[in-house]
Design a protein around this ligand. Structure first.
Ligand code: CA
Length: 227
């Protein structure tokens, strides 16, 4: 069984080789790049199942690269950062990252994160959720509402799919964060993503579906016309 193809983008040779050797021993197919330009070339030839991204790279920022690759890839991105600053971590998640590890990290923790992200992508990255007249296609990364197609990022699609699967049920931001991003704490990401989904899909009170916040700060997907 194929375990998964991992692209390591890291300019520190020691770190890159150590990670690569460890992951190869665990049975992953490992590709290595020292720059964003190399990474783009490799990813184009063989699309990875997961990216391990350093933040500070010689030809740019891993955060910008992540933002860029979210236009065509839904593969999980784990940031490996030595910038132990919350703003970088928040930006990493906002740019479409799925998890982060702060250097120095334990190789076993890295392996566990990779396994969790690949499992999550396998479970949630395929299939579709139907809640007529809404369809959320997780594989294609899009929502179709009454025939109107809206491209969504992987996390936007997962969040919308989770709300649609549990329509008319309300959730706290923390519950939604755990459901979609897994471990960690919500730092305003959920609110931002909901606002992006509503804007992209042009949702408002006259739409067949709407995502609303309750006075208590919970969120739910509702179908006003079906009430
Ligand atoms: Ca670096």
């Amino acid at each position: 069984m194929r375990k998964g193809r991992i692209l390591i983008v890291e300019d520190e040779t020691g770190v890159r080789e150590t990670n690569a050797a460890h992951l190869a021993r665990l049975g992953y197919e490992v590709f290595k790049a020292g720059t964003i330009a190399e990474a783009k070339k490799l990813a184009q030839e063989t699309p990875p199942d997961l990216y391990l991204l350093d933040v500070m790279l010689p030809d740019g920022s891993g955060l910008d690269y992540c933002h860029d690759l979210r236009r065509y890839s839904t593969a999980p991105v784990i940031f490996l950062t030595c910038l132990d600053e919350s703003r970088d971590i928040i930006r990493g998640i906002e740019e479409g990252g799925d998890a982060y590890l702060t250097k120095p990290y334990d190789l076993n923790v890295l392996a566990a994160q990779i396994m969790a992200q690949l499992r999550r992508a396998g479970l949630m990255g395929v299939g579709r959720v139907e809640l007529p007249p809404l369809t959320v296609d997780l594989g294609r990364g899009e929502a179709v509402l009454e025939g109107k197609v809206t491209p969504l990022s992987q996390k936007e699609a997962q969040l919308l799919a989770y709300l649609a699967t549990n329509a008319e049920r309300s959730f706290t931001r923390e519950e939604l964060f755990r459901a979609v991003w897994g471990e960690g704490i919500d730092t305003g990401v959920v609110r931002k993503y909901i606002s992006v989904i509503r804007k992209k899909m042009e949702l408002d009170e006259s739409s067949p579906i709407e995502i609303v916040a309750t006075p208590g700060g919970r969120y739910l997907l509702t179908r006003p016309r079906f009430r």
